[in-house]
Design a protein. Structure first.
Length: 190
């Protein structure tokens, strides 16, 4: 447990890439228009926090606890969620950019990603059962041994998912994007 504890605090327009970010426990805090770019959040704990219009690109997340946190209109490029503490890990992202991030072996069922760019994201061995990917862009995203059963990919675009190497039972897809399930066969569909 960290020595500092922040509860129901509101952080506005803080540049933590310049100002030292205090390693602490944050509960029900709001971060609005803050810059965390390349900041080391290792060892910090975020519970029920909200991040709005923040830049978290290349933030270091080793042993960071993220539980029930929401991100809206955030830039989150190059994040290694696979280095976070796994127990209780839970996020939602709306209108965010998470390109070049990793969810390798992350278990986070019931996750909500809406209208979010997930380009070049590694979902290898992730468990995303019953997750929502409404209107997300998956260009070059990697799905390998991923469990996306009951997930909702309606209106998602640019995904390429091999049904033979991923668990996709009862997942929802929309036409014409559903053809991304056939990419490995190099079919010519007209």
């Amino acid at each position: 447990m960290n020595s500092q504890f922040f509860e129901d605090e509101h952080f506005e327009k803080k540049d933590f890439s310049i100002d030292q970010f205090p390693q602490a426990d944050y509960e029900a805090c709001t971060f609005n228009n803050c810059n965390f770019s390349a900041v080391d959040l290792g060892g910090s704990k975020f519970t029920d926090c909200e991040f709005i219009e923040c830049d978290l690109s290349n933030t270091k997340l080793s042993k960071t606890v993220i539980q029930d946190c929401s991100f809206s209109h955030c830039k989150m490029i190059g994040l290694r969620f696979d280095l976070c503490e796994g127990f209780g890990f839970s996020i939602s992202a709306t209108n965010c950019v998470l390109n070049h991030s990793s969810f390798f072996n992350v278990k986070t069922p019931n996750t909500n990603f809406s209208n979010t760019k997930l380009q070049n994201v590694d979902f290898t061995e992730a468990v995303l059962i019953n997750s929502n990917f409404h209107a997300c862009d998956f260009s070059e995203a990697i799905f390998e041994n991923t469990n996306i059963e009951k997930a909702d990919f309606r209106e998602a675009i640019n995904y390429s998912i091999d049904p033979e190497n991923n668990k996709i039972s009862r997942a929802h897809f929309s036409i014409p994007e559903v053809t991304g399930l056939l990419d490995k066969y190099q079919l010519k569909i007209e």
